[in-house]
Ligand binder design. Structure first.
Ligand code: NAD
Length: 244
């Protein structure tokens, strides 16, 4: 299917591997020029080579407001502007209410909520001015169904989702869509490090791949999805059990 976005310009955060790399791969395959970031320069350069000659690697840490904004600004400078923003970052450490301090929440909220706001703050005004834009945020199924021992992630990603929903309503009339994707279990380095995944509660019977996830990101960025905004969509093989 022609997604209708060949020649568009995308900034994909935290994308040297995993879901971010899957998103960047699918966008590049659709003819989009991509700028990707990760903290490690060598790794992000190696990933960009896999994406193609015109992919732009940027060494940036999106775990702070300044780093997140700086990534988008460097991507805009390298590509001559941004049409598509995919926000992403690593996840915060595990823990419970009893084991964590308030300071841990500050760091997690900066990593998984304020960084999303900062990237949008840098990218969305240009999208509104040109009358076309796509924002896709990678969050977690934890927004719908909080995951035990991940109280930091559960808290920060819920905040990001509230921001994104509100932003979507403010910018829809300018041709800018804003959606979030909520991954369930996907086969990435992060998940592999946790050991053999339990697929018994996944109706699809398997965990997803980064390519599966990237294909959904690319569709949300397509011309076909121009009337789809303000949504928060589980991508989890049917694992989430609620009606809404
Ligand atoms: P991953 O560890 O496989 O890849 C993470 C990528 O982000 C890497 O390229 C890494 O270099 C980069 N990165 C990490 N922290 C960064 C930072 N501060 N600044 C810049 N780059 C950074 O992880 P993944 O499995 O692809 O997960 C991506 C996001 O999705 C995470 O926030 C994770 O918590 C969330 N998530 C993943 C799953 C899953 O099943 N894989 C499920 C739910 C939520």
């Amino acid at each position: 299917m022609d997604l209708g976005i060949a020649g568009r310009r995308a900034a994909v955060a935290a994308a040297s591997r995993g879901l971010g790399f899957g998103a960047a791969t699918a966008l590049a395959a659709a003819g989009v020029r991509v700028a990707i970031c990760a903290r490690d320069r060598e790794r992000v350069e190696a990933a960009a080579r896999l994406l193609g000659d015109d992919a732009v690697p940027i060494a940036a840490d999106v775990g702070s407001v300044g780093g997140a904004r700086g990534f988008v600004e460097q991507a805009q400078a390298a590509l001559g502007g941004i049409d598509i923003l995919v926000t992403n970052a690593g996840g915060p450490p595990p823990g419970t209410f009893g084991t964590l301090d308030v300071e841990d929440y500050l760091a997690a909220i900066e990593l998984n909520c304020l960084s999303v706001i900062a990237m949008c703050d840098a990218a969305v005004p240009g999208m509104r001015a040109q009358g076309w834009g796509r924002v896709v945020a990678i969050t977690s199924i934890a927004v719908r169904q909080p995951i035990p021992y991940l109280i930091l992630s559960n808290t920060a990603r819920a905040g990001a989702t509230g921001f994104l929903k509100t932003l979507a309503g403010e910018v829809a009339a300018d041709g800018v869509t804003v959606n979030s994707l909520q991954p369930g279990l996907h086969d990435t380095d992060r998940v592999r490090a946790l050991g053999e995944p339990d697929t018994s509660a996944i109706p699809a019977g398997t965990i997803g791949s980064a390519a599966d996830f990237g294909a959904v990101v690319a569709f949300l960025c397509s011309e076909h999805a121009r009337y789809l905004t303000g949504t928060a969509i589980p991508v989890d093989g049917g694992a989430y059990g609620g009606l809404l």
